[in-house]
Design a protein around this ligand. Structure first.
Ligand code: NDP
Length: 445
């Protein structure tokens, strides 16, 4: 067995019942063979064995009271994976599916993603199995206050800086920040994704979606093509999906779908600014279901389905992990899909990734394509430290430059290691080398 397979076998033994974490570890480690072969020091220093073991894992009880006066108990987590190149940084996810495996996979991915941004950020992830869906604002506030009443002692602007993710948007970040400020008696940039009037950054809400489209544009440029006129499928209808659609429209592409856990809306005429504004109100204010789109704007609703059977040239998975199966990948390729840019984290199963890579379509893995969100969080931290705010155009220009650079480093690294166009390999190796070199320099920590 090769060294990497040995490490993976050990990860499997040590982390039983954690399929998502094992999937993420395997996906990264298996692409690192060429770099391990060239740099014996990484193996000698046991960099891989250290990286698959988070620096710290916190699990805690979150009791709170619902509107009926009943006591509810949820589980809270914060996984601090690596602080080799900066304070732990990564979002909080509130969703009933949240467990240790999912947060360890997200935290592990985050380490390499953050390294790719070139900003000084380590990697972590956290959250809870709390479901904000169907809860009143007061219930969400009481939950967030209880969650932060434990988390506050583990985080800080120079230690660990959480942000939003699934189920954690502006409302939740506000409640979490308020409780942190009250407990610590200090106003610092301890969370990103804050409101504009109290330390937030322009373009942070847009950043992940915009970044995934900027990354797609860069991939298309390598084949002398552009986004203009491209028919695009988008999954999800939350933060990432909404701003992916906004940027696609600005670049003259034709987004034709959105989805949520109830199913997919297919609008063959394409979304436009007016329809998108309506979706944003539906999802962010009225907190309704995407199915309602069809009654207002027409098109088809495919109950319980994902968008991958809809013919498209470009696909933007922006909902959740493992949402594109091997069968979906085959269907996408059969319909002539030539680009996949992952707004979501690990949305493609290993079988789907294999097909995209061997078909040599433009496949931008999440840790590169969706790094715009955390990059702009890094810019928010920077503005907080300086106590000033950059303009919208300034932040957007920096975001775009970062995405162009991430694309360039992935593209270059893939070529250097003999697999030109393989962005999976390029992203994993480029992110890994930066973290591994920092670990070597810092000794056995
Ligand atoms: P939101 O909570 O704003 O939206 C999530 C969307 O995905 C909703 O439409 C939701 O539908 C759908 N969804 C979630 N879970 C499932 C599921 N199991 N099956 C089907 N649909 C589902 O989250 P975000 O837009 O912030 O995040 C989306 C993805 O992007 C996640 O993978 C996240 O990790 C990733 N990401 C987000 C970043 C950010 O800045 N927000 C940064 C980088 C990556 P429903 O409401 O019905 O659950």
């Amino acid at each position: 067995m090769s060294y990497i397979q040995d490490v993976l076998a050990q990860v499997e033994r040590r982390n039983p019942g954690e399929p998502e974490f094992l999937q993420a570890a395997r996906e990264v480690l298996e692409t690192l063979e060429p770099v391990m072969a060239r740099h014996a020091t990484y193996q000698k220093a046991r960099i891989l064995e250290r990286l698959v073991e988070p620096e710290r894992q916190l699990m805690f009880r979150v009791p709170w009271q619902d509107d009926a006066g009943e006591v509810q108990v949820n589980r809270g987590f914060r996984i601090e994976v690596s602080s080799a190149i900066g304070p732990y940084k990564g979002g909080l996810r509130f969703h009933p599916s949240v467990n240790l495996s999912i947060l360890k996979f997200l935290g592990f991915e985050q380490v390499f993603k953050n390294a790719l941004t070139t900003l000084p950020m380590g990697g972590g992830k956290g959250g809870s199995d709390f479901d904000p869906k169907g809860k009143s604002d007061n219930e969400v506030m009481r939950f967030c206050q209880s969650f932060m009443s434990e988390l506050f002692r583990h985080i800080g602007e120079n230690t660990d800086v959480p942000a939003g993710d699934i189920g954690v948007g502006g409302r939740e970040v506000g409640f979490l920040f308020g409780q942190y400020k009250r407990l610590r008696n200090e106003f610092t940039g301890v969370l990103t994704g804050k409101g504009l009037g109290w330390g937030g950054s322009l373009i942070r809400p847009e950043a992940t979606g915009y970044g995934a489209v900027y990354f797609a544009e860069e991939m298309l440029k390598t084949r002398n093509e552009s986004m203009a006129g491209k028919v695009c499928t988008v999954s999800g209808s939350g933060n990432v999906a909404q701003y992916t659609v906004e940027k696609l429209l600005q670049l003259g592409a034709k987004p034709v779908s959105l989805s949520d856990s109830g199913g997919t809306v297919y609008d063959p005429k394409g979304l436009n600014e007016e329809k998108l504004a309506w979706v944003m109100d539906l999802k962010n204010v009225r907190r309704g279901r995407i199915q309602e789109y069809v009654a207002r704007w027409g098109g088809e609703f495919h109950s319980g389905a994902t968008p991958w059977a809809i013919p498209c040239e470009c696909a933007f998975p922006s909902a959740t992990q493992n949402e594109i199966t091997g069968t979906d990948a085959r269907t996408l390729l059969k319909h002539g899909c030539k680009l996949i840019s992952e707004g979501a984290n690990m949305p493609s199963t290993p079988a789907a990734v294999d097909q995209f890579v061997s078909a040599k379509v433009l496949y931008g893995p999440g840790k590169a394509a969706n790094a715009g969100g955390v990059a702009t969080s890094g810019l928010e931290m920077c503005q907080n430290s300086m106590r000033l705010s950059w303009t919208r155009d300034e932040v957007d220009a920096r975001l775009r430059e970062i995405m162009v650079n991430i694309h360039a480093v992935c593209h270059r690294t893939a070529a250097t290691y003999g697999q030109p166009g393989n962005y999976v390999l390029g992203a994993n190796i480029a992110g890994f080398v930066k973290v591994a070199d920092a670990m070597l320099a810092q000794g056995l920590v």
